[in-house]
Design a protein around this ligand. Structure first.
Ligand code: DC
Length: 223
């Protein structure tokens, strides 16, 4: 097992933005586990599997060939060899990923892929169950969160910057729904690991969050 940093937290807390920057500074590999659940969700959508079809999900997920590659330092998720990075960042795929990630077989398959990646490299991995389940022995664990309204506003600004019109109240309602589902599912629900440090980013900018976590890593490495 290489050195590992686990970042967990709800949707929109800034996990991927922060983890990417830290990966660059520290020369770690950034592993975005949400992207894997999203690729799996895309596979279900393409195969007309409904979010509530438990048995179909369990059979169909075994057929999905999800692999990870790194190109110019960027994580690329391949679904049956096709780069799907550009197709998985939609609300539809995100909601489907949240709904289908409750499934035991889906989790088993993706968790083992994630653990494999962490075996051979120094990683910073983000998701919902990294500190609690995927990498329980991670060297540094952070639980990153922010108020639902703040997270909705960040998502709204992101979409607006891409020229997409959207309703901030709807985004906030979706975020609250997704949090509820992620925190209340039976298998590996989103929760702060006992040994994780809580970082609330509601009133912090990106640099401040990066610096806070870098400081935790420095201290750990000195110890
Ligand atoms: O971080 P994200 O929004 O890309 O994740 C999409 C969904 O995938 C999220 O709502 C729950 C699920 N997920 C998970 O169950 N476990 C993870 N480690 C990462 C994501």
């Amino acid at each position: 097992m290489g050195y590992s940093v686990a970042i967990d937290g709800p949707a929109g807390a800034g996990k991927s933005t922060i983890a990417k920057q830290i990966a660059k500074k520290m020369n770690f590999i950034y592993v975005d586990t949400g992207a894997m659940y999203r690729a799996m969700a895309l596979f279900f959508i393409r195969n007309h599997v409904g979010a509530d079809e438990k048995e179909k999900i369990e059979t169909v997920c075994k057929e999905a060939k999800i692999t990870i590659e790194y190109r110019d330092g960027e994580q690329v998720v391949l679904l049956d060899g096709e780069n799907v990075n550009g197709l998985i960042r939609t609300e539809e795929v995100g909601n489907m990923a949240s709904a289908t990630s409750v499934n035991r077989e889906v989790r088993k398959k993706l968790v083992s892929l994630q653990q494999e990646l962490a075996k051979s490299a120094e990683v910073i991995m983000d998701g919902r169950d990294i500190g609690t389940c995927v990498l329980p022995e991670a060297d540094v664990k952070v639980y990153l969160t922010a108020d639902a309204r703040v997270r909705a506003k960040r998502r709204f600004d992101e979409l607006a910057a891409k020229g997409e019109t959207c309703d901030i109240d709807k985004i906030e309602a979706d975020i609250i729904d997704r949090d509820y589902r992620d925190m209340n599912r039976e298998i590996s629900p989103l929760k702060q690991a006992e040994d994780a440090v809580l970082v609330d980013t509601s009133c912090m900018n990106i640099e401040e969050v990066v610096e806070t976590i870098m400081e935790l890593i420095r201290k750990d490495r000195e110890a």
